[in-house]
Design a protein around this ligand. Sequence first.
Ligand SMILES: NC(=O)c1ccc[n+]([C@@H]2O[C@H](COP(=O)([O-])OP(=O)(O)OC[C@H]3O[C@@H](n4cnc5c(N)ncnc54)[C@H](OP(=O)(O)O)[C@@H]3O)[C@@H](O)[C@H]2O)c1
Length: 196
Amino acid sequence: MRILLVGATGTLGGSVLEVLRGRGHDVVTASRKGSDVPVDITQAGSIQEMYEQVGTVDALASCAGSVPWLPFSELSRQDVLDGIGGKVLSQVELVRQGLARVTGSFTLITGVLARDQLRTGTVAALANGAVEAFVRAAAIELTQRINAVSPTIFTESADHYGDLFAGFEPVPVRQAAGGYVRSIEGHQTGRIYEIG
Ligand SMILES: NC(=O)c1ccc[n+]([C@@H]2O[C@H](COP(=O)([O-])OP(=O)(O)OC[C@H]3O[C@@H](n4cnc5c(N)ncnc54)[C@H](OP(=O)(O)O)[C@@H]3O)[C@@H](O)[C@H]2O)c1
């Protein structure tokens, strides 16, 4: 399959790229820097330029989406908007504009905060929950399949978050990459693949 992978240079995206290429897929990479195609998914015009440059693909896989991590009492209205813009609107826009360009499936990224709570994680929870609700609802309207991968903390990222995820069992990022394979090569739609 020809697959457009957004966020391909990151911890998750790098593993998804390796696994998909290892399975013989033709993967076009996208991110703000260092990929085949430049894109800033917080900008609708940038997403449009990406799709125009890449053309038709069988699948769109998103491994990008950022949110602020702060105690709720310290969050500004702008922080909340940044989280929604960075992980929710950005991925919804990848799907909205991708309707005419992606023939087979969309796979979005969420995360464990949608189902498990942490201090400083309110915007992450809000964003992940919104993306998961969107995926379930969009699945009944889209002719393409659409799923989300919702991993817990990766072994490779555990140090970065210090004690924040104390007591959570990290999973190797390659396990999350397996969720993308399941979504892209499988037949299901409207599913949230919880990893870990
Ligand atoms: N790390 C974990 O343990 C973990 C666990 C569960 C869920 N997740 C979720 O998985 C996703 C990826 O996490 P990660 O740890 O792999 O992050 P990461 O290592 O920081 O990688 C993020 C990737 O997305 C790209 N990116 C970031 N902002 C972008 C934008 N506005 N437009 C286009 N590309 C953008 C980055 O490249 P550029 O900076 O060059 O654009 C990079 O390729 C996040 O949504 C995160 O919440 C992560």
